[in-house]
Structures are given as structure tokens and as C-alpha cells.
Design a protein around this ligand. Structure first.
Ligand code: SF4
Ligand code: FES
Length: 377
């Protein structure tokens, strides 16, 4: 069965066919612990929610169920997933059940031996986060000294071990002027893919919006540089550019559409349609400790809440893009309009769009306040 096949569930007396696809990918947030303190972190502001982490045996069970459910690829993430001393055991099971495995890491705690061990087990891909091309800038944004040198080593080891490498860069007002140099740096590191992701303003980034937001001109200029580089580097490096919402005309299909293809599992086993959905009033989030994955995916209240288009209000309800962007991001709609079922304010058809863009225009022209670094308390 592929991901486009509607699923039929046979009940005792009836057969119900619904257009619920099987999930393709799963983000496994193994821990919220992290040596870095980036102020745009997508982990919850209350990091203590990640206490009571799933054990390796629990993750192994989750992975087996995920493979059975149809998941094809998993992202081993965090926080910093390499802080889990049992990462090897978890990876081993993922490989055994034939999931494509992507390690998303800052690299700063990795050793060559450990990376070689992960490669031996069968790790498929490494996604290395880079904060900036300038070491001082990288240290400032991560509140961590000496990361740049370490990341250069890690990138070299990844290549020596013949693993594919993606360089992942979050773009904001402190590094946006370096876009061209960051792209050159990724080429120099031997990356086959670069992800230039403008900050998504929820969780820690929402707290730090004024410190991170670039001007509209900076944003357009950086996109132009990325587009030119994309042409120039065809066949060398693949580009994935995640645009800045405040300066957009239409929103992105957040998580590929709610409950359509992706699952997020928190360190303590909450199974969620997106990382930020705990902020939504009335949502009931199931835990993989209490309920099978398939049951949560097909019938969980949280996954059903904004699945499809029935929940939409105008202008989304009758818009011809409603099955393209799925109304954008529910969490951003909630944060800005107070209603998670409203049109994402990134859409210029939203009555909140003008005000949303104006906030960015204003804050980006003021002097940036100091960062509120991501840390407990
Ligand atoms: Fe997308 Fe809704 Fe905007 Fe239409 S109105 S483009 S569906 S967010
Ligand atoms: Fe929750 Fe976009 S972050 S739907």
C-alpha cells in the first residue's frame, strides 16, 4: 500500500472508507536535552515536558509499530539525539524494520568512533545543523563556544564514512547577510543538500521574534541569492528553502497538512500531529505508552481535529488552495488570531495578514533585544 491509498477499516458490522493516508515520516524527538541554547528552538518553552523519556525498549516498540503502519523514514532528533547513550540500540531496530534513518544533530558531542558505529549499524543520512559561517556568530546564536570547528570535523567524518550530508541552517537577522557565504561553506563541507529554513515563529522563536526577524528587503535578497545558487549548483547540491511567513503571500502546508503524512513523537511519548500542538485548547494528545500507534493515527482526537478540510472556515473553506496548503499552520493561526481554526495569518487572504506583516516590518527595523536563550528556567 502506498501513501495515497485511502484506508478502509473493517468494523464488526460495517466497513468504513475514509481518505486517511498512511504516514510517511516520523520525527522521533529522543530528548529535549541539548548542549546548545538556540533562541529559535522548536522544542516547547517548558522543556520540562520532556522529562520521563521513553526508554530504548519503548522506542524500539514504537519503531516496529511505525514500520507496520507504513512509515518509511524516521528523523532521529531532539534536542540533541546523540546525548542518548542508547541511540545505537534505537537505530539498530529502525534498521532491522527497514526504516530510512536520518540523524539530525548539532554534531558537537559526536566522536568519529561513534559516528562510525552508527554508520556500521546502518544509519542512512546525517543532517548537520550550522548556526553561521562566522564562528563568533555561531557561538552567539547557540550560546556555545567552539561549535564551528567541531562541526567541520563532523562533516568531514560524514564524508569519510560515505554517508549523505545535509547542512541545515536556520536563517534570521543575525546570519541572513551571510547567505551566500553559508551556501559556499555547505559546498565546501561536501553537503549534497542544504536546508535554508527561515525561522518559524513559535515556541522559543516566538519569545525571541524581535531579536530574530529580518527586514523584508533582507528576506527577498537572501531568497534571490538562494535561487541563483540553486541554478548554479544544479547537480552539486539540492536546495530546500523554507520561506519567512511574515513576508509570504500564501502559507506553507505545515507538516504537509495536519495528520496527512507526518507524526511527531515527543521524548516522553506524546504522539502529535506537530511539535507545537500542545498549545491548542481542547486538544487531547495520546501517549504511545497507552495506545497503539495505528489507533492514535487513525482515530486519535488530536489527529482528527484538523484533518482534511471539514474544520475550515472562510476564506479557506471555499479557496481553491485548500487542498494544497491545508490552510497553513494551526499553531500560528492560534498564536496570532486566538483561533486555531482560523486561516494562517501568513496568507494574505487572512484578515490578520496586514497586521502580521506590519509587526515584522516594525520589529525588524528596531535594534534587536538580547536573546532569551533556550534553557530550563
Ligand atoms: Fe490557503 Fe486558506 Fe489562504 Fe486559501 S485562504 S491560500 S486555503 S490559507
Ligand atoms: Fe502546529 Fe504548524 S506548528 S500546525
Amino acid at each position: 500500500m502506498n501513501e495515497t491509498t485511502p484506508v478502509c477499516e473493517t468494523q464488526p458490522a460495517t466497513t468504513v472508507c475514509r481518505d486517511v493516508r498512511r504516514p510517511i515520516g516520523m520525527l522521533c524527538e529522543l530528548t529535549y536535552r541539548c548542549p546548545l541554547q538556540c533562541p529559535y528552538c522548536s522544542n516547547p518553552v517548558d522543556i520540562s515536558r520532556g522529562r520521563n523519556e521513553l526508554s530504548a525498549a519503548e522506542w524500539q516498540d514504537v519503531l516496529r509499530q511505525a514500520a507496520e503502519l507504513g512509515v518509511l523514514q524516521i528523523h532521529l532528533s531532539g534536542g540533541e539525539p546523540c546525548l542518548r547513550q542508547d541511540l545505537e540500540e534505537i537505530l539498530q531496530t529502525a534498521v532491522e524494520v527497514e526504516l530510512y534513518t536520518n540523524l539530525i544533530t548539532s554534531g558537537v558531542t559526536l566522536t568519529r568512533d561513534r559516528l562510525a558505529r552508527l554508520a556500521d549499524i546502518g544509519l542512512d543520512h546525517v543532517q548537520l545543523s550550522i548556526q553561521d559561517v562566522d564562528p563568533e556568530g555561531a557561538d552567539l546564536i547557540s550560546n556555545y563556544k567552539g561549535g564551528t570547528e567541531k562541526k567541520r570535523d563532523v562533516a568531514r567524518w560524514v564524508k569519510e564514512l560515505d554517508l549523505p550530508l545535509t547542512v541545515n541552517v536556520v536563517v534570521h537577522r543575525h546570519n541572513i547577510e551571510n547567505t551566500a557565504r553559508i551556501i559556499d561553506y555547505a559546498v565546501e563541507l561536501g553537503a549534497q543538500r542544504i536546508e535554508l529554513a527561515h525561522v518559524q515563529y513559535y515556541a522559543w522563536a516566538q519569545l525571541n521574534r524581535a531579536a530574530l526577524i529580518p527586514t523584508r528587503e533582507q528576506f527577498y535578497h537572501s531568497v534571490k541569492i538562494a535561487n541563483e545558487a540553486k541554478e548554479r549548483l544544479k547537480g552539486v547540491m539540492v536546495f530546500d528553502v523554507v520561506a519567512h511567513d511574515h513576508y509570504a503571500k500564501r502559507p506553507k502546508p505545515c507538516m504537509g497538512g495536519w495528520g496527512r503524512s507526518l507524526i511527531d513523537i515527543s521524548p516522553s511519548g506524546k504522539m502529535m500531529p506537530c511539535q507545537e500542538c500542545e498549545t491548542i485548547p481542547g486538544i487531547e494528545i495520546d501517549n504511545v505508552r497507552d495506545r497503539p500507534l495505528a489507533d492514535i493515527w487513525f482515530k486519535g482526537q488530536a489527529f482528527e481535529m484538523f484533518r482534511g478540510t471539514d474544520w475550515m472556515k472562510e476564506p479557506c473553506k471555499t479557496c481553491d488552495r485548500r487542498e494544497i496548503d491545508w490552510g497553513g499552520c494551526r499553531c500560528q493561526a492560534l498564536a496570532v488570531t486566538g483561533d486555531a481554526a482560523a486561516t494562517d495569518p501568513a496568507c494574505n487572504l487572512s484578515p490578520y495578514h496586514e497586521e502580521f506583516a506590519a509587526i515584522a516590518e516594525r520589529e525588524s527595523r528596531e535594534a534587536p533585544p538580547p536573546f532569551k536563550y533556550r534553557r530550563l528556567g
